[in-house]
Design a protein around this ligand. Structure first.
Ligand SMILES: Cc1cc2nc3c(=O)[nH]c(=O)nc-3n(C[C@H](O)[C@H](O)[C@H](O)COP(=O)(O)OP(=O)(O)OC[C@H]3O[C@@H](n4cnc5c(N)ncnc54)[C@H](O)[C@@H]3O)c2cc1C
Length: 471
């Protein structure tokens, strides 16, 4: 009874631990060189949920079996601390279990259902013909060695979304020139996510650079012994954009003699604060992040040497490189439209040295391309936008919940979501499940706490389905 867990992030690890504790054999495959490789990319960021919400009961139990202390209750760890104090310990527990095999530096490239093509042996809901054939997976180790694994009874796809950022162009489409900047970015080492660095004075980040840490040099140029801030454009208006903005503010405070110019590009209309505060927010660090970012947008709360220009109602059409006349260095140009104070459309043309694109992430469904696709339950008629767009069941339900919460105290608070039941986690492909942030599609409201509930619901279902085969 082998279960393949794709991705050794927080949810893949939790799933693997619970599966092993339930008696399943687990193959845990992680594309990075370490477990929790995606969390490692944002290791400098503080989680706004506390450890009580970040750790599962079975995970804490595994730590106690290792003789480890539980992470400090109520603490808000950085990604780095979360890995050290908890996730790496789950990995250590799994490594000590004969039922678990962990493969690092290995990508799950494709999953298939034995010899069946996607459209074969499809029966009505509830009649499982395809599950008579076990799954097979094509793994790619160290970027080149291909390995086929057969005899897999169930697959939990916990591969997350962080490695698949959205495009920043108008309507989510690539801006002209964006693809070529992105492909240069993806060739860089994993430790420098999304950085475009050739020639050395221009940078394009897709994700959260550590402004105060290992990516500081991208924001502060030092030529001939003289330090100078580079111009920075931030695109996006999620919590990641707020995090980058606050890190830049901190950097400006550390170097008060140097002027720092930031262009912040938001789709949100003129006349509204970038972030809608959540009333009586149960997560105080989230509340303070929102308040500080809104203050910066109003022109408050920045040191005298930092200027932030907010561009509202932005649509970006083109990114280009403007080289210096001698062909070296130069800067980046963003062109498109924005809205002025009177809400009228105006051309936008911003020159910058660094672009930080934090416009969200989406799931990459390529690895399950030969499986039956996750489909929505019959959606409420109000969410017509989601219909026909192949939304996943859980993502579709979240959209419904968001629409229902609009204008209420729960709006915008991911803690208020109802946890998904088994029926939303099942896909039309028997024993293939999406878990973790990937199950949320493009919704940014995933919380580890909900992910743990989903893991428990799916492992319970598998235990029931395979009761006769597990010891
Ligand atoms: C900056 C930031 C802050 C956040 N803060 C919080 C918070 O405070 N509280 C909270 O509850 N949530 C928070 N989240 C949301 C969420 O909990 C995290 O994104 C979390 O890491 C999601 O876990 P995951 O296991 O679903 O995905 P990931 O952490 O993305 O893990 C997926 C793993 O799969 C691997 N992988 C991908 N593709 C493949 C493949 N084909 N084959 C093999 N391996 C693969 C990746 O390398 C990665 O290690 C935050 C997210 C971000 C980005």
């Amino acid at each position: 009874m082998k279960v393949l867990v794709v991705g050794g992030g927080p949810i893949g690890l939790e799933a693997a631990v619970l599966l092993v504790k339930t008696g399943f054999e687990v193959l845990l495959v992680e594309r990075g060189s370490m477990l929790a490789a995606s969390v490692h990319l944002w290791r400098h960021v503080h989680l706004f949920s506390s450890n009580d919400l970040n750790c599962s009961t079975w995970g804490l139990h595994a730590l106690s079996e290792l003789g480890d202390d539980a992470p400090i209750s109520g603490g808000h760890p950085t990604g780095s601390h979360y890995i050290e104090s908890y996730l790496s310990r789950l990995g250590a527990w799994l490594a000590s279990q004969p039922l678990c095999t962990i493969c690092l530096n290995t990508t799950v490239d494709a999953i298939s259902r034995g010899g069946l093509l996607k459209n074969e042996q499809v029966k009505a809901a509830g009649e499982h013909a395809r599950d008579e054939q076990p799954f097979e997976a094509l793994l790619v180790k160290d970027g080149h060695e291909e390995v086929r694994v057969r005899g897999i009874s169930a697959v939990l796809d916990c591969s997350g979304t962080y490695l698949n950022p959205n495009f920043l162009g108008r309507g989510g489409a690539p801006a002209l020139g964006e693809r070529s900047l992105r492909s240069s970015a993806s060739q860089l080492a994993e430790s420098s996510p999304g950085a475009y660095e050739e020639p050395a004075s221009r940078f394009f980040f897709r994700g959260l650079p550590d402004v105060l840490g290992d990516r500081r040099a991208a924001f502060v140029a030092s030529g001939g012994g003289v330090a100078k801030f580079r111009r920075v454009a931030i695109v996006g208006c999620g919590y990641s954009a707020a995090t980058v903005l606050l890190q830049l503010r901190e950097l400006a405070m550390q170097m008060p003699d140097l002027p720092l110019e930031v262009d912040w590009m938001l789709r949100r209309e003129v006349g509204k604060e970038p972030y809608a505060p959540i009333s009586n927010d149960p997560l105080p660090t989230r509340a303070s992040l929102i308040n500080m970012a809104n203050a910066i947008a109003r022109g408050d709360g920045c040191p005298a040497n930092m200027t932030v220009r907010t561009h509202r109602g932005c649509a970006i059409d083109e990114l280009s490189i403007i080289p210096n006349s001698d062909g070296t260095g130069g800067c980046l140009q963003l062109m498109g439209e924005e809205r002025d104070e009177a809400n009228a459309e105006q051309p936008m043309n911003v020159l910058t040295d660094v672009i930080v694109s934090v416009v969200g992430y989406r799931p990459d469904m390529e690895l399950s391309r030969e499986l039956q696709e996750p489909a929505p339950p019959p959606p409420p008629s109000r969410i017509a936008a989601a219909r026909g767009a192949r939304p996943m069941a859980l993502a579709s339900s979240l959209l419904s919940q968001r629409i229902a919460a609009k204008g209420t105290a729960a709006a915008g608070d991911c803690l208020q979501q109802k946890s998904a039941g088994a029926e939303l986690l099942a896909t039309p492909e028997p024993h293939f499940y999406l878990l973790g942030s990937k199950a949320y599609g493009r919704h940014s409201s995933f919380l580890l706490k909900h992910g743990h509930d989903h893991v428990k619901a799916v492992v319970d279902m598998l235990q029931k389905d395979f009761a006769e085969e597990i010891p």
